[in-house]
Structure formats: C-alpha cells, structure tokens
Design a protein around this ligand. Structure first.
Ligand code: PMP
Length: 317
C-alpha cells in the first residue's frame, strides 16, 4: 500500500526534510479540526526515459478551488508548485517504479478562520508498474454528505471519514471497495474514485452534482472514449442500475481504471470488454506509449542509471 511507505524525504516548510522531521504541532487546526486540502497525483516512467506527471495543472487548479472553499490561503504560483513536486519526485524516484504524490495544504496557524496560514507539504510514494487487478464492490449503508454540509467538491481529509467507515463496513463483508450513495439514494462515487457503469455499450458516470468529487481522471477517460467511438454520458445512476450493469469500473488518479468483477456479491462479466479497452488505452496514454492530447504530462528530464546513485539532496534545517 502506497501510504504505508516512509519515504526518506518530504517537502515541508519551504524545503526538503527527512521523514522524521516532517511533523505538525498538536495545537494547529490541521490537527485539531483536520483542516487541510490535498491532491493525489500520479507519475509514470515514459519510454524515452522521462518521468511524466499526469494532469498536474488540473490538480493545482482543484487544490486552489478546495482551498478557496475552505478559506485556506494558497498563493503559490503554478510554476513554483510544479518545481517543488518535480524536486521531491526527482529526489525519490527509482528506476522502473512509478510514483504517487500527495500535495497537502495543512493549516498551521490561525483560529476559526482568522489569520489562517497554510503550509504546502508534498509526500511521494513508490508504485509498482502493474495494472490494477479487478475487485469486488459493495454498496455502503454510509452516505455521501450533501453540498450544504460537507461538500464532496472539496478535497479535504475530513471528507474521507465516511469513506473510511464504508471501507471498514465493506471489509467485514469481503468487499474490496464500497459505493457511497448520495442522500437521495443514487450512486455518488466509491471511497476514493468515481464510478463508471456500462449498459448496452454506453459508459455512464454520475455528475459531480450527485455528490462526487470533481474528478480529474474522468476528463481524459471521457476524451479517450470519444476518440475510440465509445459513447460516454454523465447522468445520475440508480443503485439498481449498478446491480444489472453489464460492466462496472472505478476511475481515479490512483485507481486508474480498475475493473469490478462483482457488485454486492453478484458476478459481472469477467471480460469487461469496453472498460478493459478503455483501461488499456488510458495506461498507454499515461505511460507515453500512445500519447493523447487530453492526457497532459508534466515531464521530468531523463536520467541515466549512474545519476540515480549520485543523488544527494540538500536538506533544509
Ligand atoms: N472521488 C474520490 C472520493 C476520490 O478520492 C478520488 C481520487 N482523488 C476520485 C473521486 C477521483 O478523482 P481524480 O480522478 O481526480 O483522482
């Protein structure tokens, strides 16, 4: 699991620090109220030796939107955001291993929205280059919050409390991930990804107004489907539609396009013909094997094997 690793370096308080030095004070609102907004970002090795970070500007823009909605100031320019992510990933990256990075704005000073100060923290973890295996999916009794309570549009860790409860519930029933319904009982999303459903050759996904995060991965998947002549539609999805779907998939930065082999214990077609084609095409695009204009890659310069062993990052004290 990506989040169980303890990478050597973290970007925090304006520089690279050791993992053990990356701590927050117990008195700050990031700790006392879970006040933060964040982004999960994926990077892949490219065939020509570059390392490509997927849709970086879209992640920056969503971080800005989340910060704005929670009144967390974020005045870092895109170029600086990109520079620090490149710096940390460039320091930690290993030959032939992909990476997942998390950029978080933690509220380190301020009280109840007054004098709020946030620190941009970046962590990055290694990922093995394997396509995600198919999973079993359940439907949780826990529900996504409404836009006037805890908006799904804000990517903040407090929004994942219900996702955690859903996963605990799912584990007890043998499900690997769970669908969260919205307050109207329709499909919102999974615990850390969006839902794709195929019926009669059309791919459907609920719009963000159904209680889903505004997914970044959905846009390139939509564009790839369009290029492949696969109809792709955003519209509400009933719970029972999932149970009679031809195919189901999960879509997100980390989930990439994960196929689902059963829903609530009911088997789905093992072939997943349409979603498997989309999965293959998406992975080809992010890995630079078959680039697509909708899949934007922010490239780190190529590096020779000896440059890996010579790397000695300078730590900030
Ligand atoms: N919904 C939730 C709850 C998520 O955590 C994620 C992953 N960030 C997604 C959807 C998919 O969003 P994205 O495509 O931007 O990764």
């Amino acid at each position: 699991m990506a989040n169980l690793q303890k990478p050597k370096f973290v970007y925090m308080r304006g520089g690279l620090r050791s993992w053990d030095d990356a701590v927050l004070h117990i008195g700050c609102e990031a700790v006392t109220r879970g006040l933060n907004v964040f982004e999960g970002i994926k990077g892949y090795w490219q065939p020509d030796g570059h390392f490509g970070i997927v849709m970086l500007r879209s992640h920056y823009e969503r971080l800005q939107r989340s910060g704005r909605l929670l009144h967390i100031p974020f005045d870092t320019e895109y170029e600086e955001y990109k520079r620090v992510i490149h710096e940390l990933i460039g320091t930690l990256v290993e030959p032939d291993r992909d990476m997942w990075a998390r950029t978080t704005l933690f509220v380190v000073e301020g009280h109840w929205g007054e004098d709020t100060v946030a620190d941009l923290v970046v962590t990055a973890y290694h990922q093995d280059k394997v396509p995600p295996p198919a999973i079993s999916l359940g439907v949780s009794t826990w529900r996504r919050s409404v836009d006037v309570a805890l908006p799904a549009r804000i990517k903040t860790s407090t929004n994942y409390q219900v996702a955690r409860l859903a996963r605990i519930e799912g584990r007890a029933h043998g499900y690997q991930d769970m669908v969260l319904l919205n307050q109207s009982g329709r499909v919102a999303e999974a615990t850390g990804s969006c839902i794709l459903m195929v019926r009669k050759g059309v791919v459907y996904t609920p719009p963000a107004t159904e209680g889903a995060l505004e997914s970044i991965t959905l846009d390139p998947i939509d564009a790839l489907a369009h290029s492949m002549g696969i109809p792709f539609t955003r519209r509400p999805i009933d719970r029972t539609e999932l149970l009679v779907a031809d195919e189901i998939g999960l879509c997100g930065t980390l989930a990439e396009l994960t196929l689902v082999h059963s829903i609530e214990g009911l088997s789905l077609s093992r072939e997943s013909t349409i979603l498997r084609m989309l999965q293959t095409r998406y992975l080809e695009a992010v890995r630079g094997v078959a680039p697509h204009p909708a899949v934007d890659l922010s490239l780190l310069p190529p590096r020779t094997p000896s440059q890996f062993s010579q790397l000695r990052p300078s730590l900030t004290s």
